[in-house]
Design a protein around this ligand. Structure first.
Ligand code: MG
Length: 161
């Protein structure tokens, strides 16, 4: 068996008038995440973790934010394409571990729902996806509610013939 680990990190600014999407789940909040796509910070970090594990570059190379095709795009579509590229090379996802950094809203009511949605997107078992939430301790861009960050680690495996 061959294993590869991948790390992804992303940040999006908080703005009024935008949806707040995390892992494909819309979270009710007065502010949303700004960006060229739907700005789903968790899915973007997950995509970078998957691409990183396979030495496939990063999300900006695959889906440039200057490309009008990706304006407002549902990031689950970007994940599906990145995941296709990973699986076509014979890789399986062993597990996904995510940490979201947001001062507000409180994410504890949504962590299980987000993990479940990610399991569905990647066709994974119950104990393979974990979602954690941290605040910014009221300091820095996270703590001042200017931005939301997310870090994701994935482990991939494939059989060696
Ligand atoms: Mg992003």
């Amino acid at each position: 068996m061959q294993y590869r680990v991948g790390l992804g990190h992303d940040r999006h600014r908080l703005e009024a008038g935008r949806a707040f999407l995390l892992g494909g789940v819309e979270i009710p909040h007065t502010l949303g995440l700004a960006g060229h796509s739907d700005a789903d910070v968790l899915l973007h970090a997950l995509i970078d973790a998957l691409l990183g594990a396979c030495c496939l570059g990063d999300i900006g190379e695959l889906f440039p934010d200057t490309d009008p095709r990706f304006k407002g795009i549902d990031s689950t579509k970007l994940l599906a394409e990145a995941y296709r590229q990973v699986t076509e090379r014979g890789w399986r996802v062993e597990n996904v571990d995510c940490t979201v950094f947001a001062q507000q809203p409180k994410l504890s009511p949504y962590k299980q729902q987000i993990a479940g949605h990610l399991r569905g997107l990647l066709d994974l078992a119950d104990d393979c996806v974990n979602v954690k939430a941290k605040t910014g301790e009221r300091v820095g861009p996270i703590g001042r509610e200017e931005a939301v960050d997310c870090s994701v680690v994935v482990l991939l495996s494939r059989d060696v013939s």
